[in-house]
Design a protein around this ligand. Structure first.
Ligand SMILES: Cc1cc2nc3c(=O)[nH]c(=O)nc-3n(C[C@H](O)[C@H](O)[C@H](O)COP(=O)(O)OP(=O)(O)OC[C@H]3O[C@@H](n4cnc5c(N)ncnc54)[C@H](O)[C@@H]3O)c2cc1C
Length: 493
């Protein structure tokens, strides 16, 4: 393969994993990245001696990346040491009650007994059912979907009876738990896909199963450290990185892309692997008339995930009693979800998530200080919110809400601060509508209905990352890199 040239657009987790695998297979790989560092949404934000993850903080199901590292001759856990968290996270409910979620199922049942005695024992049944479900779905998540005919594969038929296309994740969990708080405790993970559990397909009950069965991990240095190490390893494998070089346009011959242009030069290759946010990249870079399926008009009809309002706070001291991850569920959760997905308004009582990473990893802040990462799910951009005007008041509301998890004195301890709004995700991170988790994951936008790994609109172009199959979230993004690299190498041979 050494004479085969591949250009990867974007050094996000999907692009990095594809670059590693293609270089290891002998391809001549160049990565073009618009920002000054690797990692995309999984990069680091560093200021005044504090280090934050920009996006992902839950490292789940290390198995996929482990296998990719091993395939390239590296050991993931040696390259980026990780700690399995216990408790995985604390859940507090605005309506009352809390759970310190742990992989120790007996301890979970003890806590469930305090919230809802009739639900004791249901978790074991849920785990047994989802173990089988994941095994049935794994072959589907691990292979490409190139056409509707792929729905007739034996693996698909075997999984079909677990699919329940008309059942939402919330409804699926109601089959196990009678207390609405427990339904949320095992369904809120759909927020990792940027979706309400009540619109998200029931298939995704495997997400909370993955946490309990395979662990919630913290890579030392943060999830961004995984991206940085991947970029270093890719370089060791011969990959060339060109930072601060956004791809501006494509040159085509018929329906085949022959080269890409940046402000610094023109890059010809045999294959182009696009990791940039799909909807943003295609609408900026490829003329509408050159696209068959994914025209601007079609993209405008698609559903997109929610966005997030972020605060990164460097603080004096450490909240020793606050676990590594805390999730607070709004008192009227269904209304909060409606505000995010339907009315596109800002909530007065939003759910939120706080990471207090220094309880596990003091390396992230100067001595005597710590970091807090605050994420509030909000609507993606629809024109309903003017973030420049609204952000200061929403910051105040968010800081007020921190009292709900015991951080009433937070304001006076803040020493440095950074904010990202949906507008920043859109403009600074090149994410369509600021929809941080890409195209939504309803069944009409999954499998062969998602933009395909071997991209159907342009010859020699392949997609990798959260915008293609299998979807958003690090484990499946890494899986997409395996699928896509496999297709590139197959087409070369
Ligand atoms: C706030 C937040 C929290 C999240 N939390 C989790 C979590 O806890 N666990 C989890 O598993 N997942 C999480 N995710 C989801 C997901 O894992 C990450 O968003 C992940 O980084 C997406 O990876 P990707 O490969 O799709 O590409 P991205 O990270 O989006 O990277 C794409 C790269 O392409 C570059 N690019 C864009 N346009 C161009 C261009 N024209 N030319 C060159 N380069 C370009 C970008 O600069 C970027 O570096 C979270 C996401 C966000 C935003």
């Amino acid at each position: 393969m050494s004479n085969r040239k591949v250009v990867v657009v974007g050094a996000g987790p999907g692009g990095l994993a594809a670059a590693m695998q293609l270089a290891h297979a002998g391809c001549d790989v160049t990565v073009l990245e618009r920002r000054d560092r690797p990692g995309g949404r999984t990069s680091a934000i560093e200021m005044d001696g504090y280090r934050f993850d920009c996006g992902p903080t839950f490292f789940l199901y290390p198995r996929v990346l482990n296998e990719i590292f091993a395939g390239c001759g590296y050991d993931l856990m040696k390259e980026v040491p990780m700690e399995r968290l216990d408790p995985q996270y604390r859940l507090t409910f605005g309506g009352g009650g809390q759970l310190d979620c742990t992989p120790d199922l007996a301890e979970m049942d003890r806590q469930i007994a305090e919230l809802s005695p009739p639900d004791v024992g249901s978790l074991a049944r849920y785990m047994d059912d989802n173990r089988i479900k994941l095994e049935r779905f794994r072959p589907i998540l691990e292979s490409p979907f190139s056409s509707i005919a792929d729905l007739m594969r034996p693996s698909m038929i075997g999984a079909a009876k677990h699919l329940h296309p008309f059942r939402s994740l919330g409804q699926e969990l109601q089959r196990y738990f009678s207390d609405p708080r427990l339904v949320i405790a095992f369904a809120f993970q759909s927020k990792y896909l940027g979706m309400s559990p009540f619109n998200c397909p029931s298939l995704f009950s495997i997400l909370s199963f993955l946490e309990y069965e395979h662990g919630v991990w913290h890579p030392i240095g943060g999830c961004s450290r995984v991206s940085e190490r991947m970029a270093e390893i890719a370089e060791e494998l011969g990959v060339k990185f060109r930072y601060d070089e956004p791809v501006r346009s494509v040159e085509m011959e018929g329906r085949h892309v022959r080269s890409l242009t940046t402000d610094q030069g023109n890059y010809a290759a045999d294959a182009f692997v696009v990791n940039a946010d799909f909807a943003d990249w295609i609408s900026r870079t490829v003329p509408n008339e050159k696209r068959k399926r994914w025209t601007d008009e079609v993209i405008a009809t698609k559903r997109f995930s929610c966005s997030t309002f972020m605060l990164y706070l460097g603080i004096e001291g450490l909240y020793e009693d606050l676990p590594h991850h805390s999730i607070h569920i709004s008192e009227d959760y269904e209304n909060n979800l409606r505000e995010i997905e339907q009315t596109h308004t800002l909530s007065q009582d939003p759910s939120f998530y706080v990471q207090n990473a220094c309880v596990t990893d003091p390396s992230l802040a100067p001595s005597g200080h710590s970091t807090l990462y605050v994420l509030v799910p909000v609507t993606h951009q629809t024109g309903s919110i003017d973030w420049e005007a609204e952000a200061p008041a929403f910051r105040e509301l968010t800081l007020d809400r921190m009292a709900a998890i015991g951080l009433g004195d937070l304001r006076r301890r803040i020493r440095t601060e950074h904010m990202i709004t949906p507008q920043h995700w859109n403009e600074d991170y090149a994410i369509h509508k600021g929809a941080t988790f890409n195209l939504a994951h309803n069944l009409g936008q999954m499998l062969h209905n998602r933009p395909r790994n071997r991209f159907e609109d342009l010859g020699s172009v392949y997609l990798v990352g959260g915008g293609t199959h299998p979807g958003s979230g690090l484990p499946v993004i890494y899986e997409s890199s395996r699928i896509t690299s496999g297709l590139v190498l197959k087409d070369f041979s």
